[in-house]
Design a protein around this ligand. Structure first.
Ligand code: ADP
Ligand code: MP5
Length: 264
């Protein structure tokens, strides 16, 4: 039986809704073998982040060596990376191992409002990681910081995505979850702008939506899909996980990754 393997490089979320935990759940339910390199431990739940403990950069490097030397991942998802030093190690290792299908989710601030990236992290991410990326997946606030454009409507999303396309990644997915209308995402790939439509689902429990979407895309790339199909299938996955309506915790709760089992 052929098995496709994917790696997530991200932070741990003790409440299991975002970060490494969301990524592994998503990869398993999307049919790939999941591996992880942890950048930081966070003590967080659905109401917010209490504290963050970064791993030393050398230890992140060791985790990456251990994975790449043994089970070569067919796709890599990068999530929370809070410091310049950690970003630098990831850049070095991914270049050394010639990692492919790299999906960078430029996580900056948790949906609860806490910062997950230190000063100048964004600049370092652009310099070190975007040129290695097959896809970057900023949400609207992240796209505003990275492009310097204010985003108020779809036209602004198109203008910002164009600027982001010049930052070195092969493709850009500007996510529309933070827009006030529908939840349409904009994919820029091979010079084309493709709207990936999504009805807004009235579910306040959106903790980990970005982590889940980027991991589902990485899983689909690991299985050999082209970028547009990988993104469309991942969008279907996130929509179903939101529609399932799981309601856990006192704040913005996690998604249901077991929705598909309801019909077994
Ligand atoms: N209420 C919602 N209804 C439908 N889709 C949503 C909703 N909120 C987010 N999404 C989708 O979830 C994915 C993650 O988007 P977003 O919330 O913008 O990212 P992040 O979690 O990084 O802030 C996108 O595909 C977005 O369109
Ligand atoms: C460890 C970790 N990584 C990423 C996020 C962002 O997820 P969200 O934007 O849904 O809060 C998070 N809260 N925690």
């Amino acid at each position: 039986m052929s098995v496709h393997a994917a790696l997530t490089i991200a932070g741990s979320d003790s409440s299991g809704g975002a970060g490494i935990q969301a990524d592994i759940k998503t990869m398993i339910t999307n049919g790939v073998y999941a591996m992880s390199a942890i950048t930081a431990l966070t003590a967080q739940n659905t109401t917010g982040v209490r504290s963050v403990m970064e791993v030393p950069p050398e230890f992140l490097g060791d985790q990456l060596d251990a994975v790449f030397e043994d089970i070569y991942p067919e796709a890599v998802k990068i999530g929370m990376v809070s410091s310049k030093e950690l970003i630098q190690v990831i850049g070095e290792k991914l270049r050394f191992y010639q990692a492919k299908n790299v999906v960078v989710d430029p996580v900056m601030v948790a949906s609860s409002g806490s910062s997950l990236m230190k000063n100048n992290g964004a600049e370092m991410m652009i310099k070190e990681l975007f040129p290695l990326a097959s896809l970057i997946t900023p949400n609207i606030p992240e796209a505003e910081i990275l492009s310097g454009c204010e985003i108020k409507n779809k036209q602004d999303m198109e203008a910002a995505a164009e600027k982001l396309s010049d930052l070195g990644a092969e493709a850009v997915l500007l996510k529309g979850g933070h827009s006030i209308s529908d939840a349409d995402d904009l994919l820029c790939v091979e010079g084309q702008k493709i709207w990936i439509r999504g009805r807004r689902i009235h579910n306040p429990n959106t903790h980990g939506t970005g982590c889940t979407l980027s991991s589902a895309i990485a899983s689909n790339l690991a299985k050999g899909m082209e970028m547009e199909e990988a993104v469309r299938k991942a969008k279907e996955y996130i929509s179903k996980a939101l529609e399932a309506g799981l309601d856990l915790g006192k704040g913005s709760g996690p998604l249901d990754h077991a929705f598909y089992m309801a019909n077994l």
